[in-house]
Design a binder for this molecule. Structure first.
Ligand code: NOJ
Length: 973
């Protein structure tokens, strides 16, 4: 089903088939060329194309002088080529608007050639007069070229009327045959499948003595009949776009009561944007926004900055015109008629800030934006070309010959490409900009990604101006069905501070849309500052929603754990809880069911190296009497692996926390405390006091020197931190903290955090490190995986709604830059670490390994610190790299679960980060990585292993990707 209001969500790209791309090397762009460039347009983020006239024409007004409405100019191809282009555009979800030039034809049109003959039955198709005295006082539009609206035709022996060039006679709309003929033209192209029509020069259809002959009621009625004819034949869904360069009150009637055109260009606003920018005052924009308000519900403004014509100053006051001419076209060569013939970037003096600012307005003000081809890369103009041709030069695709536009000999090109000065195609071209994340092109693409994501808010939402006291600031809120976006723009070339009146929005969090970073929540009036010509877009989100985003997956229990929770096993305890823990008091039956319940819940704990089949209690120490809390040392056996794990377990009266695993008959619940921040806080406090304890089997000793904050935060099971301090307990997957405690103090790298305290278990000469503590630089710490997850989430959100198309890597490199930097940093650090470990532990029969992934690191204020090693093992350094690559990839998939629209980017990003990681490692290690060709196989094995360890979608996705790669590469894998 076509959404009949689709044009409200449209982002329109205006182009000349002639100037876009030449596929058959004749020097003219053609439909086949345009078809080939559809992927570019799709990747840019536009969804509607407006094609300037491509019909049969002598091209004296660049095609607006049509000599046959039903034929395509042969240099552009055939009707078949047009159809193929149209079909493919539609397949890509793009719509196509073409020109309907109703007001005039070329003098070459057979109608005119017939009409001028004396006694011709077609005479009435045009407007004739015996004298040029009729319609006195009607202005001449092309005043630089035409002295009058009348031209004498010696064949006809009479004057004919023309509002534009003398070779463009006006059709006579008082003749019903003319209207019928033009309806037929519209039907022809609509039957072919086009989605809409731009009504060229629409205000001038009728003439009446004593009037300006513009916007006459008869003309408005003709527009309504056109709409009616269109709808009767096709139903809703095809649109009319009025080109009426008029004052606001003259433009509004074209919309009718919703029975006129669907869209009209916002001509009143356009020059005032340039005015506001130069005066550094929002007033001109505000005034026009108010003047153009209140159009019918289904109507829409088409917004634009530049187009194929001059920047028209017809409908501004004389003072405004003089000012604009003076500041934007001091060189008279750039003035034409009542306007300025320049492209956007040169108009702005090449100032990127102003380029960005104007796009921000174009994309966020009320209406559907139109981009003029080439402006997205900041193309320039050529003052030496006549008329308005200086802004219609070939699209600059590359630095190759003819700007990559055509392979024809240079002298055969319809117009020369800009090849001199700073806008020459040698510097300004698509190819150069596509891969450069900082290019104008990628800025526009990124912005359109945001615009498309919030298409309804920007295209259909209400606009409310915010009364900021500082007039250099334009601020408005866009709102649609409860979704709110705030836009602030600094028209000044200097930094400005201001207060945004946001009363009533207390508690909402402004999330900056380019970075996806949350700003401090609103607490009333909101103070902001914007740099020179700066702007910002904020989506206002409820605080709670923000807090839910990007929670690491250990924080949301897997299905198995949920099931286990629902169906809690019960432990038959007759006496006290000590009968579970203390061998001399043990109740065997109760202990067996306690350990089996514990085994069940530990089976769902992703941080264990394998699922335990058997759980044995190796030792236990009462840590707190009431409510009871025991420190336990467990021996887990399963999947061919034996692990020793330190785990605190409590008995509590309430069924609280994520670690509940059994109900105790006789009252209370058994809870494992790996995810209970309260336990970590308690442990740190006891260590700081100097801890001593004795179980039946062993001696427990502990100490901590350093800060003891009020409360610790859990970074992940096994790791907690607070201001200036970290604490980890050895329940993690790889065999405790013994090696960390032994080796880390000997590694002299500034980003390695050395332990300064801990909890130790001793029995004769046997010793285990149960927990370690140490100090942290100030700032809020975060586990490195959670950090990567956040960067992935923000990065993918920036890519949301961009198809992975042409030039994808440039866009991705920018959006995910922080994560890529992390991958590189980790590569370098891992190389240095391997060297240091080799020195500390010796080479032995292999290379000592970190043997852990991102879990070994913690992030504070953007810096990444190592705080743990894995168990001792020998193997390839490549394994460590694989662990890191795996974690980065998993973070991407996990983040993409929150941003499903960006899922397609993950594979590309994962490949590039893996490259970055390996490359950084090799450069820092200054050696060839041994066994590099085995990397894909190692990744596949690791992914398989990890998928078995835990039933999580993200783990499966990583596995699937590596399986697909293996299949693709076949034996070479
Ligand atoms: C408006 C078009 O935009 C312009 O390029 C053309 O010259 C006039 N109409 C006359 O057709």
């Amino acid at each position: 089903m076509v959404d009949p209001l689709w044009y409200k969500d449209a982002v329109i790209y205006q182009l000349h088939v002639r100037s876009f791309f030449d596929a058959n090397d004749d020097g003219y762009g053609d439909f086949e060329g345009l078809r080939q460039k559809l992927p570019y347009l799709e990747a840019l983020g536009v969804n509607t194309l407006w094609l300037m006239p491509f019909f049969q024409s002598p091209l004296r007004d660049d095609g607006y002088d049509i000599s046959e409405y039903y034929q395509i100019l042969p240099v552009h191809g055939t009707l078949e080529d047009f159809r193929r282009f149209l079909d493919e555009a539609h397949e890509r979800g793009m719509r196509v608007i073409v020109e309907l030039v109703l007001n005039h034809t070329s003098i070459d049109h057979p109608w005119f050639q017939e009409a001028r003959k004396p006694g011709s039955p077609l005479r009435d198709f045009y407007v004739w007069s015996d004298t040029p005295e009729k319609y006195q006082g009607v202005r001449v539009i092309f005043q630089d070229f035409e002295p009058s609206n009348w031209t004498f035709d010696p064949v006809a022996g009479a004057y004919y009327w023309h509002r534009f060039y003398h070779h463009q006679p006006d059709l006579n709309w008082d003749n019903p045959q003319v209207e019928r003929a033009m309806h037929q033209v519209m039907f022809f192209w609509a039957d072919m499948g086009v989605d809409g029509f731009r009504l060229d020069a629409i205000p001038y259809l009728y003439e009446r003595e004593g009037t300006s002959c513009e916007n006459l009621p008869e003309t408005i009625e003709a527009v309504k009949r056109l709409r009616k004819a269109l709808e009767e034949r096709y139903g809703p869904g095809k649109v009319l776009l009025a080109e009426a360069n008029m004052w606001p009150e003259e433009t509004l009637p074209y919309f009718g009561e919703g029975d006129g055109v669907h869209m009209a260009y916002n001509f009143p606003l356009m020059p005032r944007i340039f005015l506001a920018l130069r005066r550094e005052d929002r007033k001109p924009i505000e005034a026009m926004l108010q003047e153009t308000e209140g159009i019918p519900e289904a109507a829409q403004w088409a917004l634009f900055l530049r187009n194929h014509d001059e920047l028209t100053l017809e409908k501004v006051t004389e003072e405004e015109r003089e000012f604009l001419w003076e500041v934007y076209a001091p060189d008279p060569r750039y003035r034409i008629n009542l306007g300025i013939r320049r492209r956007l970037m040169p108009l702005l003096g090449g100032d990127r800030r102003r380029f960005e600012l104007l796009h921000a307005l174009l994309f966020t003000l009320k209406g559907s934006p139109i981009l003029y081809y080439g402006d997205e890369i900041g193309m320039g103009d050529n003052p030496f070309l006549g008329d308005r041709n200086g802004v219609r030069t070939p699209m600059q695709w590359s630095a190759d010959r003819n700007a990559g536009f055509s392979r024809a000999p240079y002298h055969r090109l319809f117009l020369p490409p800009v090849s001199e000065g700073p806008y020459s195609y040698h510097f300004v071209n698509v190819e150069a900009q596509q891969e450069n994340p900082h290019s104008l092109l990628n800025f526009v693409r990124r912005f359109l990604g945001i615009r498309n994501r919030y298409a309804k808010v920007f295209g259909r939402g209400a606009l409310r101006l915010l009364p900021v006291a500082n007039r250099r600031i334009l601020a408005y809120e866009r709102e649609f069905e409860g979704e709110r976006i705030l836009v602030v723009a600094n028209l000044s070339r200097y930094t400005q501070a201001f207060d945004l009146p946001l009363e009533g929005y207390e508690g909402l969090v402004p999330v900056e849309l380019f970075s996806q970073h949350p700003f401090p929540p609103v607490e009333g009036c909101y103070r902001l500052a914007l740099g020179p010509h700066g702007f910002a877009l904020f989506s206002l989100r409820p605080k709670e929603e923000m807090e839910r985003l990007h929670l690491p997956d250990w924080a949301s229990p897997g299905e198995e754990v949920m099931e286990a929770l629902e169906d809690l096993p019960s432990v038959p305890l007759s006496g006290g809880v000590e009968s579970l823990f203390v061998d001399t008091l043990v109740d065997e039956g109760a202990r067996a069911s306690f350990l089996s319940a514990l085994g069940k819940v530990l089976g769902g704990r992703g941080w264990l190296a394998s699922r335990p089949g058997r759980v044995e209690l190796k030792d236990a120490l009462r840590f707190q009497k009431d409510p009871p809390l025991y420190l336990t040392l467990l021996r887990l056996e399963g999947e061919g692996l034996v692990q020793e794990v330190f785990l605190p377990i409590a008995l509590r009266p309430e069924k609280e926390g994520p670690g509940v695993f059994a109900r105790v008959r006789g009252g209370g619940y058994l809870i494992e405390l790996s995810q209970d921040p309260g336990f970590y806080t308690l442990l740190l406090r006891r260590l700081a006091q100097g801890f001593e304890g004795r179980s039946l089997r062993a001696h427990y000793r502990g100490r901590h020197r350093g800060p003891v904050p009020e409360a610790l935060e859990l970074l992940r099971p096994g790791l907690a931190a607070g201001e200036g301090v970290w604490l980890q307990v050895g329940l993690v997957q790889d065999g405790g903290l013994d090696r960390t405690e032994r080796i880390l103090p000997h590694l002299d790298l500034p980003w390695i955090l050395k332990p300064g305290g801990g909890l130790y278990w001793e029995r004769g000469r046997e010793r285990r490190v149960l927990a370690l503590t140490g100090t942290l630089p100030s700032g809020r710490p975060q586990e490195a995986f959670a950090y990567a997850l956040r960067l992935a989430g923000e990065g993918l959100a920036r890519l949301r709604d961009h198809p992975v198309g042409e030039g994808a890597s440039g866009l991705m490199a920018d959006a995910l830059r922080e994560l890529e930097a992390l991958a590189r940093l980790l590569g370098v650090r891992l190389a240095l670490l391997h060297r240091a470990l080799r020195e500390a532990e010796g080479e032995g029969d292999g290379v000592p390994l970190l043997n852990r992934g991102l879990g070994a690191f913690v992030e504070v204020e953007g810096e990444v610190f190592l705080l743990a090693l894995g168990r001792e093992a020998r193997g390839l350094p490549l394994w460590d790299l694989a662990r890191l690559a795996y974690d980065l990839e998993r973070a991407l998939y996990l983040a993409a679960e929150e941003v499903p629209e960006a899922m397609d980017w993950v594979a590309l990003a994962a490949d590039s980060f893996e490259q970055a990681l390996l490359q950084a490692y090799q450069e820092a290690a200054q050696e060839v990585l041994e066994g590099l060709d085995r990397f894909p196989q190692i990744m596949l094995d690791l992914a398989q292993d990890q998928a078995l360890r835990e039933e999580r979608l993200s783990r499966h996705r990583v596995l699937e990707r590596w399986q697909a790669k293996a299949k693709e590469w076949g034996d070479g894998f």
